[in-house]
Design a protein around this ligand. Structure first.
Ligand code: SAH
Ligand code: SF4
Length: 381
């Protein structure tokens, strides 16, 4: 079938209503179709039995339901499960399912590769291919819910027959705020009562610190925010996260404070990767306390997950504990992230997927593009 056809998974609620109006249909049809798509995980327009045959025929002639195809599917010893999805053109992205006692979390990707080039990240080291479409982002959640339901996977945290994924984190491959438009449309579907109906607190977006887009997200769709900090000062952060050369830490802290005015939670989560003897000293922990003094926050300390040719080592358990203690003594909640799915390379920063036609975007190239577009911050290539 021509993949040039309209993909119904690309539409958020408002866009699908506009599409139905254009077709000469009533806008409430859009809400019916959304429920078929995202609550019953229907993949056949003709099966939408409360839509008239004439409308279904009209729709089938121009549209289809197209979620990324599964290339591989592995389950780790600890129950984490990783899917590799084909997104065409020899690109593939990954999503990771993390079942817990009281919830099912899916970590999804937003780009094939990433142009941010962070020194410690396997995705970043592969370069960037392209932004995922809304249908490809939402399609990961659609596909996993549908698969788990079809397999009758036991998920004690939801009623039988309901969608097993209760929490979504945008922490897979890519920088979500560099694919702003498509990510916001996907977020709206995650939140919509006609689609996944998740609360804002159960949807978390993680960013390396695209300051102007943090402000835009606050206006467009404020979900829970996690910020990858990884260093307490600009000199070190410049080396670890090249984007920091553009948006300094003081600007980032100010953006976090502004975000909190609209955020669903009253704190920002700071992710802090612990790299042996690079960013894990007690003095650096104290500097972090000072840096985040005016930002209500929690820290999530992430053990570094190595990948081939990684130029860093993970901090020892003792150093991680000592670092955590300094934060806790200053009254900051600091948790150590459980590493899951290591045996299938599904842990944070190990997602590599398959990125073709990759272009190694160096930060100054990206920034030149920003500058030549009058300061516009969307990193679309
Ligand atoms: N691009 C976004 C979201 C995807 S990365 C961001 O950077 O925030 C999700 C998280 O994994 C980030 O906090 C990132 O810094 C972290 N991460 C990257 N490489 C890692 C590695 N090798 N080990 C552990 N965490 C890593
Ligand atoms: Fe991109 Fe995040 Fe990896 Fe940095 S850590 S390269 S922003 S995916």
């Amino acid at each position: 079938m021509a993949s040039k056809q309209i993909n119904l998974l690309d539409f958020d609620c408002a866009a699908l209503e506009a599409f139905f109006i254009e077709l000469g249909e009533k806008p409430f049809r859009a809400r019916q179709v959304l429920r078929w798509l995202h609550q019953r995980f229907c993949d056949d327009i003709d099966a939408m039995s409360d839509i008239s045959r004439a409308t279904r025929e009209k729709l089938s002639a121009i549209a289809e339901i197209r979620a990324p195809r599964v290339l591989r599917d592995h389950t780790a010893a600890d129950g984490a499960r990783k899917w590799l999805f084909d997104v065409g053109g020899d690109n593939a992205v990954e999503a990771v399912y993390l079942p817990e006692d009281d919830r099912g979390t899916l970590c999804i990707s937003t780009q094939a590769g990433c142009m941010m080039d962070c020194a410690f990240c396997s995705t970043g080291q592969q370069g960037f291919s392209r932004n995922l479409t809304t249908g490809e982002i939402v399609g990961q959640l659609w596909r996993v819910n549908r698969t788990l339901l079809a397999e009758n996977t036991v998920t004690p945290w939801v009623e039988a027959g309901r969608a097993p994924i209760t929490n979504v984190v945008l922490m897979g491959m890519g920088e979500p705020l560099a694919n702003f438009k498509n990510v916001v449309a996907a977020l709206k579907l995650f939140l919509s009562d006609h689609a996944y109906g998740l609360s804002r607190r159960r949807v978390t977006l993680s960013t390396s610190g695209l300051v102007p887009m943090i402000d835009m997200l606050r206006e467009a769709c404020p979900v829970a925010l996690a910020v990858s900090l990884h260093a307490p000062d600009d000199t070190l952060r410049d080396q670890l996260i090249p984007l920091n050369r553009r948006h300094r830490l003081n600007e980032l802290m100010a953006a976090c404070r502004r975000y909190l005015e609209r955020a669903p939670r009253d704190f920002i989560t700071f992710e802090y990767l612990l790299l042996d003897r690079v960013n894990d000293s007690l003095q650096q922990a104290q500097e972090l306390v000072a840096l985040t003094r005016d930002v209500p926050c929690k820290f999530n300390l992430i053990p570094f997950n190595p990948f081939p040719e990684a130029p860093f080592r993970a901090s020892s358990r003792e150093r991680v504990r000592a670092f955590q203690q300094v934060l806790m003594q200053a009254g900051i909640v600091a948790t150590i992230r459980k590493t899951r799915g290591e045996d299938i390379d599904a842990a944070c920063g190990q997602l590599a997927g398959q990125v073709q036609n990759r272009v190694r975007y160096r930060l100054n190239q990206v920034m030149r593009r920003h500058d030549s577009r009058g300061g516009e911050e969307d990193c679309h290539p």
